[in-house]
Write a protein that binds this ligand. Structure first.
Ligand code: SF4
Length: 354
């Protein structure tokens, strides 16, 4: 059994200070990489790493023998995801990295390394029970009801946790820690230098959104969003919830920041600087459209129609409505074609007799 941290291990756990030390010892810095061929290849691989995460993959193929490349692409992927300012991109990247790290951690036989990773991530491997406070901290982000403290066996201030459950908590902890550092604070000069790569990521985001939702179709917007757009166009000062819901929704269905700002530009009181700041802020910090229940609580669920009765999220409304409209369009086209064919076959059918 190995008892030390080896160079190859650093590619598996690139957040360890030893990994950053390896980059420093090779004189590799984040800034200025685009000036060299090898630097550009690192950036290409980093963008690829982010795009792999966008595709929902849980594993990024590491190179066989280039540990330095694996570490720097991990670092650069986090820089590029932060520069994209797209929360979903950052979330997806963290999920992929966390499941990758967890897979190595779970299979790890090197006890010293396991201990080192635990220290760095602030984890302790429990032996079937965790102190209540620690348990609540670790389980708070796991959704299933069985994790709620009320549903657990608690004895003498300790919560019983099976080894499978401990695995889930460790995986969640790794994800939370990797997420907590994002977005990184990227200096303007680096954001500018890496623009071609962060733009490549944003194009990939746009492409995937279009695949998910198809071309944007305003007629399929749910009544709540239609009402918010009309209110914005009429110069009504929307509440924070209204602005947030509308912005997040429009972004979710595929609009970029400029297109969203363009909706606000329909308002007679349009202030470009303020609008861009607000849109940017919402797109950077929050992402998902609120559910119908939240919209209702915030007073922005209005003009409900029949379709609203069968959905619990405005994005589901949009998907269903788009499908319905598409079906109607196909049906109308088929009817029109049938009428045309019949007119061609019986040119005199519709004309008055002699
Ligand atoms: S039920 Fe949902 S989709 Fe319909 S108006 Fe309310 S929030 Fe919008």
């Amino acid at each position: 059994m190995r008892t030390s941290v080896e160079k190859r291990d650093l590619a598996h756990y690139p957040f360890l200070p030893e990994a950053q030390g390896l980059l420093a010892s090779r004189g590799i810095k984040v800034a200025g990489l685009s000036g060299s061929k090898i630097g550009c290849s690192y950036l290409d691989r980093a963008a690829e790493r982010v795009i792999t995460a966008l595709d929902g993959k849980t594993v990024y193929p590491e190179s066989e023998d280039d540990v330095v490349s694996d570490i720097i692409t991990y670092v650069l992927a986090r820089v590029l995801a932060s520069a994209s300012k797209d929360k979903r991109t950052m979330d997806r990247l963290c999920r992929m990295e966390a499941s990758r790290v967890y897979a190595y951690f779970h299979a790890e036989e090197n006890e010293l390394l396991k201990k080192r990773v635990c220290e760095e991530l602030g984890l302790e491997l429990g032996d079937g029970a965790l102190p209540v406070i620690r348990y609540v901290e670790l389980a708070s982000r796991v959704r299933d009801a069985k994790w709620r403290l009320i549903n657990r066996d608690v004895e003498n201030g300790f919560v019983s946790v099976s080894s499978d459950e401990m695995d889930v908590l460790i995986a969640e902890r790794i994800r939370a820690i990797l997420s907590s550092g994002l977005p990184l604070d990227i200096p303007e000069s680096i954001a500018k230098e890496y623009l071609p790569w962060s733009d490549k990521i944003l194009s990939a985001v746009q492409e995937r959104t279009l695949v998910e939702f198809g071309a944007i179709d305003e007629s399929a917007y749910p009544p709540c969003i239609q009402a918010l757009i009309s209110a914005a166009a009429a110069g009504v000062n929307l509440t924070h919830s209204g602005r947030f819901s509308m912005t997040a929704f429009l972004h979710n269905v595929g609009m970029n920041a400029e297109q969203v700002a363009g909706i606000f530009a329909r308002s007679p009181d349009y202030n470009p600087d303020m609008t861009n700041y607000q849109v940017d802020h919402i797109l950077t910090n929050e992402y998902t459209t609120p559910s119908c229940a939240t919209m209702l609580t915030h007073g922005v669920c209005v003009n409900k129609d029949r379709l609203c009765e069968s959905v619990s999220h405005p994005l589901n409304y949009y998907r269903s409505k788009k499908k319905m409209l598409e079906k109607m369009r196909i049906k109308d086209e088929a009817l029109a074609k049938k009428a045309e064919t019949s007119a061609e076959e019986n040119p005199d059918a519709g004309s008055p007799g002699p």
